[in-house]
Structures are given as structure tokens and as C-alpha cells.
Design a protein. Structure first.
Length: 272
């Protein structure tokens, strides 16, 4: 459905909510652009292609994959095959995306600040490392609408897994997003965010508070990831425990890179 002038959120599962990836179709007077394409599940690609036909089959100038995770590139190959539009990513994410797409190729790598005209709409591509090293955001200049991928969620906080992204880069990206002064945030999952500055500040504050919590616990003595998990996430649903441990590991990696902690096997110690 059209959620704002020129912005369509093509959902074929349930309404915007955590766990359901938003797939945006931006339509201007001179072309259109997909931003993420949803899970590669039966009927999902065709549903998005049918919607594109329903709105007049505007010339598709690109299929943006904000990052490597499956619900973001899932239907890109099928849409590319029908429309001929290039799949778009950052250089840092290209290889990981192509490995997962098993045959389809990224046709266009975009630079930070590069623009694309859709007639009355100017699209700016924004490099946004954090959730993953090569995450890409899209800024719709005229509406000051920022499509954030999974760096920002409609509710809750983004996951930063070690090896895929970094907390330090995530914090830099949040500051970068704030400098764009967006009027609205269109997240990878969940509802549209109407108070962007407050949301971005909240995400920065959350990460800084978690880091301070970890430092305070290490001041009490050396601890493993498991020790920290038991204290910080007491009572957490078991299904989320792996993600929670990864967040602790990502914070510890940041502290290691800053030479604030050292590690001896599974145990971390505060250096200063």
C-alpha cells in the first residue's frame, strides 16, 4: 500500500511488525526504486511483481539490497529477471550478497553520497556500516525520508553480530543519520518512525549504557561472556540468548579495539 506520497510498502505477510521485513517501492515521475525485497518464499516474488504491475509498471531503475541478510535480498533475483533493473549494494556487501543469491549478481555498486533521479524524487545512497560492514541506507531528499535497513528497527534495537558488523561503526552511523535531519525513518522492520532524532539518540544511549554496564561489571573482576550474560540478561527467553551473547561479544570487541579490556581465553579483564 502507499504509506506516503511516492512511497509504497509492499507487504504480503502480516502488517509491519518486528520479524516482518518491510519492502519499499519508491515511485517518482521518472522511474521507481525497490528498497529490499523480502524473504524468498513461495509466491512472495510474484506478489511484488504483481504490485509493480498494478501501479503501472514504472521503469525500475534499481533494486536496493540494504545488506546481506536473506529477507533483504530474497526476491531481488526474481524481480531483476522480470524488470531488468540492476541489483544495487555497497562494494563492502557485494560479495556476501552474491554468495547468498547463488547466481544473481549485483549490477551496480554505489558510493556514499551518490544520487539517482526518479524524476521529481532525488535518491541519495548513504553508506551505513554497523549492523553489517556494508549496510546501505537510502535518503529521499525532497521528503527527508531515510530508509535505514536494519540499522534502525521500528521498535527495539538493532543486532550487531561480531564478524558482520561493529558497535563503533554503528554509533558513527547513528550520528551520521542524525546529521541528515530526517523527517521520517523507514526501518527494515516495524512501523515508520515519526520522531527520528529521539529514536536515534535512544539507540546511541542504549549502546553506551550497555557498554558502561559491562565495564562496571568487569571492574568487579574478570568475567566470561557467559558470566556477563547471566547478570545482564537474567530471565531472557532462551530463543534470544544467542543474539544477546553476540551483543556482549560485540561490545567486548569494541573495548578490546580501544585497548580497554584484554582477554585470556574466555575471560575478559579491564585494563583501565
Amino acid at each position: 500500500m502507499e504509506v506516503a506520497p511516492g512511497i509504497h510498502n509492499v507487504l504480503t505477510e502480516q502488517a509491519p511488525a518486528p520479524g516482518v521485513t518491510n519492502t519499499y517501492l519508491i515511485i517518482g515521475t521518472g522511474g521507481a526504486l525497490w528498497v529490499d525485497t523480502g524473504w524468498d518464499r513461495e509466491g512472495q516474488a510474484q506478489a511484488r511483481i504483481d504490485y509493480w504491475h498494478k501501479v503501472g509498471s514504472p521503469r525500475l531503475k534499481g533494486i536496493v539490497v540494504t545488506h546481506r541478510h536473506p529477507p533483504h535480498w530474497g526476491n531481488a533475483p526474481a524481480i531483476q529477471k522480470v524488470t531488468g533493473a540492476p541489483i544495487i549494494s555497497t562494494a563492502a556487501e557485494k560479495e556476501a550478497i552474491e554468495e547468498r543469491m547463488a547466481g544473481a549478481k549485483v549490477g551496480k555498486v554505489v558510493q556514499d553520497g551518490e544520487t539517482l533521479r526518479l524524476g521529481n524524487i532525488t535518491i541519495e545512497f548513504v553508506h551505513a556500516p554497523g549492523h553489517t560492514y556494508g549496510s546501505l541506507a537510502v535518503f529521499m531528499r525532497e521528503a527527508r525520508a531515510l530508509f535505514t535497513g536494519d540499522n534502525v528497527m521500528g521498535s527495539g534495537t538493532s543486532v550487531v553480530n561480531p564478524g558482520e558488523g561493529e558497535i563503533a561503526l554503528f554509533l558513527q552511523t547513528m550520528e551520521k543519520f542524525m546529521r541528515y535531519d530526517p523527517a521520517l525513518l523507514y526501518p527494515g522492520q516495524g512501523p515508520v518512525i515519526t520522531n527520528p532524532q529521539a529514536k536515534l539518540q535512544e539507540l546511541i544511549r542504549h549502546r553506551r549504557e550497555r557498554e558502561e554496564q559491562i565495564v562496571d561489571l568487569l571492574k568487579q573482576g574478570p568475567k566470561s561472556v557467559h558470566d556477563l550474560f547471566r547478570i545482564i540478561y537474567s530471565g531472557l527467553n532462551e530463543g534470544l540468548s544467542h543474539l544477546a551473547r553476540n551483543q556482549i561479544r560485540s561490545h567486548l570487541m569494541k573495548l578490546e579495539n580501544e585497548a580497554r579490556v584484554s582477554t585470556d581465553g574466555p575471560v575478559y579483564r579491564l585494563k583501565w
